[in-house]
Write a protein that binds this ligand. Structure first.
Ligand code: ASP
Length: 325
């Protein structure tokens, strides 16, 4: 091949390179500079980077957005730094109840589980609900019984999710509750999620959480609720983190994407209006990651920090924690 032909071929290959994108979060909350040691911060950034790598590997091989989002979330579920899978917060009884959901945009297929106690990767169980049951959402004992029928779902003892950090948070929360200082902002920390755009132009979203420290009565937040904590349609995908009750009441994930789909609002504007406008106006707080079919990324939050990382369609990549970065 002549030099000019080779050049033309490589230029057109570049022009046609699939424009994939991936955004992940590890939760929004009171994450202030100085609240993390340099060593802990490095470890957290490294795990966010590993989750990005896992999702990107799927996208680079031409894999589906749903598989990429799930791969990223599974890495975060195994990291003790985030409130999902290993490292999940403790409930009022000193146990863990895990929630997760995922959704594929172009098919509107969705799966969700809530209140599971022995599933290492709740996001994988949500996927199984979507693919191997006629249902969208299973909870508690029933979800565990369904997991018993699926050999690909890894089971662990309930104390497998324990970490010392979360136990200390439980003690602190109990002491504050005893002193009747609600302190709800410290009650949650580190839900995880991912949104992905694949080479076919398809979008997906996935979210996984341990919920809120000290939760009781089978409390379920927004994370496994399709339309509240997780949503994907053909043009928009979102995974949320924050005070779940408010995200449910505002159907945050669906609301943002509906503004994009029905009003033609730019993603950033829609996400900002809902997450940083409607949520605080009602008294809630939190954040979200969102992606549209053109690869535009939005990561609004109204807390001091949100663990987040992204790979944009142009290949640029970033990891951030605090509001000022
Ligand atoms: N949204 C989650 C819940 O309410 C918690 C969080 O994102 O930190 O269960």
């Amino acid at each position: 091949m002549s030099l000019s032909l080779a050049l033309a071929a490589s230029v057109s290959a570049f022009a046609e390179a699939p424009r994939t994108a991936l955004v992940i979060h590890g939760g929004a909350g009171v994450i202030e500079r100085g609240s993390l040691s340099a060593e802990d911060e490095r470890a957290i950034r490294a795990d966010l980077g590993r989750a990005l790598d896992a999702g990107q590997a799927v996208l680079n091989e031409g894999g589906a957005a749903l598989d990429a989002a799930m791969a990223a979330v599974e890495v975060l579920e195994d990291s003790p730094w985030f409130n999902a899978g290993k490292g999940a917060v403790f409930n009022a009884e000193g146990g863990h109840e895990l929630d997760a959901s995922l959704m594929e945009g172009h098919t509107r297929r969705a799966g969700a589980v809530a209140g599971v106690r022995t599933v290492r990767h709740p996001i994988r169980l949500a996927r199984a609900v979507m693919e191997h049951s006629p249902h969208v959402m299973l909870v508690g004992e029933g979800a565990e019984a369904f997991a018993d029928t699926r050999p690909e779902i890894e089971r662990v003892r309930p104390d497998w999710f324990d970490t010392e950090r979360r136990r200390k948070q439980l003690q602190d929360a109990r002491e504050r509750a005893a002193r009747q200082q609600a302190g709800r902002r410290q009650y949650r920390w580190g839900t995880v999620g991912a949104v992905a755009l694949d080479a076919q132009g398809h979008l997906a979203a996935a979210t996984s959480t341990g919920g809120m420290t000290l939760k009781r009565w089978g409390r379920v937040g927004d994370s496994p609720v399709i339309g509240a904590g997780t949503w994907a349609d053909a043009g928009c995908a979102l995974s949320a983190t924050g005070w779940g009750e408010y995200f449910i009441r505002l159907a945050v994930a669906h609301e943002v994407c509906a503004r994009v789909r029905l009003r033609g609002e730019p993603l950033a504007l829609a996400a900002e209006a809902v997450v940083n406008g409607e949520v605080p106006a009602l008294g809630g707080d939190g954040g979200a990651i969102a992606l549209d079919a053109r690869g535009n990324i939005a990561m609004p939050f109204n807390t001091p920090g949100m663990y987040r990382a992204w790979i944009a369609p142009d290949g640029s990549r970033g990891v951030a924690i605090y509001a000022d970065e």
